[in-house]
Design a protein around this ligand. Structure first.
Ligand code: GLY
Length: 359
């Protein structure tokens, strides 16, 4: 049975998931139901979902523009106003139907409107299914700085319906798969071995991979919901990856990158640093780097780009005493938290990345 039952944030992936959602909505008895979509989920996912729900007309659709660029406080203000103007009250329910931007922003808006209303996540991208919708992190970017404003608060439930993946372009599927790759690297050799031979575009066969990733993530966030300790390992590759992603937004020296594309680069850099600093095995580093190199587009960073990316590291949320702290690995599944990495090592890691695939 692919279900994780908890007080809040239960996850349903079994065939009865839509029935469970209908029961949940009946139990919550919301005064009004709001459904948050972006332009893509409005077009490709909303009708499908409404067809599965018993609610017939007691709902209002709230639409935001798609993309990370809109994950900001201005969009929240728009949504808070929409809720207010449409007479939302504390018994209202917000259903977030979308990818990570929709679940992050919808969760934040719901958690803050009237000090918190109930929300349900229905992720429609691979990234949101295996990562963003689970674990209660909600929030928005501050300028180009990722997820600087937010709260940890779990949804009433998460419903994962793989059918939505058929609506995604390939680059979005690959971007989501970067988080699956991360789960393999931080979890175990056995999971990594499954991931590396799986074709990430094969949605029909993806159930086991999606569910194993959900379980890996859920196990970690259940032990450490507020990221005091072990949850930090879910940030593997993200310290540099987030800085690269931020730098790529609104910068024309490198192309704009999807979250997973930036995280994939961050994982190569971090695995190199893990090799030098923590003895991560050379052959596994080569295996991971080659695998990522073959799957994701290679970006050319010049020295100036790298300096800007290093500057952006100061916004990392794991920083302590003004020191940026990395999650490194001794081997697959064996983490080291709070590792201070010298700048020189980061330049060296970019050098390693530059030379992958050069024979
Ligand atoms: N995406 C990392 C976390 O939820 O902790």
């Amino acid at each position: 049975m692919r279900e994780i039952i908890k007080n809040t944030g239960s996850v349903y992936f079994s065939s009865s998931k839509w029935d469970i959602l209908n029961t949940k909505i009946n139990d919550l008895k919301p005064s009004t139901i709001f459904i948050l979509v972006d332009a893509n989920t409005l077009k490709y996912c909303l009708a499908f979902m409404l067809n599965k729900l018993e609610i017939k007309d007691n709902y209002k659709v709230l639409k935001i523009q798609e993309g990370e660029i809109n994950k900001n406080i201005k969009t929240c203000e728009y949504l808070w106003n929409q809720l207010s103007e449409n007479s939302a009250d504390r018994q209202s329910l917000l259903i977030n139907l979308g990818g990570g931007v929709v679940t992050d922003i919808g969760g934040f808006v719901a958690s803050t409107f009237m000090r918190g209303i109930q929300f349900i996540n229905i992720p429609t991208t691979l990234l949101a299914m295996v990562d963003a919708s689970i674990g209660g992190k909600n929030g928005v970017d501050l300028g180009i700085i990722k997820n600087q404003i937010g709260v940890i608060n779990n949804p009433a439930m998460v419903l994962i319906c793989k059918d939505f993946l058929n609506t995604l372009p390939k680059n979005q599927l690959k971007s989501g798969y970067a988080e699956v790759i991360k789960h393999g690297i931080i979890d175990s050799k056995s999971y990594w071995d499954k991931i590396k031979i799986f074709n990430e575009l094969n949605i029909d066969e993806m159930d086991a991979i999606i569910w194993e990733s959900v379980v890996v993530k859920n196990n970690i966030v259940t032990i450490d919901p507020f990221e005091k300790n072990i949850r930090k390992k879910l940030n593997y590759g993200h310290t540099l990856g987030h800085a690269i992603e931020s730098y790529s937004i609104g910068n024309h020296s490198i192309p704009s990158l999807l979250h997973g594309e930036a995280i994939a680069i961050g994982m190569v850099l971090t695995t190199y640093i893990s090799h030098i600093q923590c003895g991560f095995p050379k052959e596994t580093l080569t295996e991971i780097s080659t695998y990522i190199f073959n799957k994701f587009k290679k970006i050319e960073f010049n020295q100036d780009d790298i300096k800007h990316i290093i500057k952006l590291l100061k916004h990392d949320k794991k920083k302590h005493d003004n020191k940026v702290l990395f999650v490194l690995l001794n081997d697959i599944g064996k983490h080291q938290l709070n590792f201070e990495v010298p700048q020189k090592m980061i330049f060296e890691a970019f050098d390693y990345y530059k030379n992958i695939g050069q024979g």
